[in-house]
Design a protein around this ligand. Sequence first.
Ligand code: AQP
Length: 335
Amino acid sequence: MKPSNRILSGVQPSGDLHLGNYLGALKNFVSLQKEYECFFCVVDLHAITVWQDPKQLANQTREVTAAFIAAGIDPKKNILFAQSQVPQHAQLAWIFNCVTRMGWLNRMTQFKDKAGKDKENVSVGLFSYPTLMAADILIYLATHVPVGEDQKQHLELTRDIAQKFNNDFETNLFPIPKPLIFGEATRVMSLRDGTTKMSKSDASHYSRIMLNDSPDQIVQKIKKAKTDPFPLPANLTEAKQRPEAFNLLSILAALKDQSTSEVVQLYAGKEFSIFKKELADLIVDKIEPIEKEIKKLLNDQAYLDSIMTDGKNKAMAEADSVIEKVYSVIGFLKA
Ligand code: AQP
């Protein structure tokens, strides 16, 4: 029987996680684990679309697993695993490369942003990244995918791939998965520029709060966060026209589980210095326990590896039954 409420979501082990990953992904995963059957994946195959130091990658993979658990994901109830340990993701991705049209991938804005002017020199993997993402989701017949706003276009592509595969092979094997984009901070912006996304690969450390920043670093980064010379906006309409102010207000709203509009009202007309102090204190309150727990978990590598082995075995059992069906539908000999 097909699952009706299954989630797949992934995080790349391409560096330490930041507040955008926490508010746009991890925090939401924690609330969804109550209602959904969840597969949470450390997407290391995605990470190598850009260079990763082989000496660091295994530790970074453990760090993301530790961050999942430290943020509140129950490793007994949910399936936590590393993508490269379940080879069916790559098998299905190849098949999807043959279903996906070049024109579809050419429209992906994340590729354009990441490749920039160096399009001829980036990896083919960076270009075909969304077909692997579709495979990650559909190899588990996932029905819902919680993501930040930045991944919305890739998820629409996943839906197109599922639809085309089903049509081409006259099957209803794949569900058409729905995005779950919620919370007040679906797109956390850089602290240095309210118009660009907070991201691991931004050259400036002051652009992001890392989950392993010390309280002092957090206070310093918020103090230096770019703002404009005016007091805090009087209402939501004004806030939306001031990107840096809006970003900080929505971060506070997300952390307090309040609406941005309520938070705007609370601070309307106040000075940034007062607001920033309260925001920094709140971030420290939320991040410090997570940071401590990540450190503790990383000291117990055997435990983290046992979680991932258990997750891999469960994930592989599911993935294997789906790839078998895919092979049969396509006309391949049994895998
Ligand atoms: N700034 C953000 N605001 C809200 N959500 C975000 N996510 C990432 N950045 C933000 C969400 O976090 C999940 C994991 O993302 P990822 O690390 O796998 O990949 P990414 O989106 O490419 O993250 P980065 O930080 O931008 O990495 P780099 O710089 O290496 O490319 C996803 O659900 C994503 O939506």
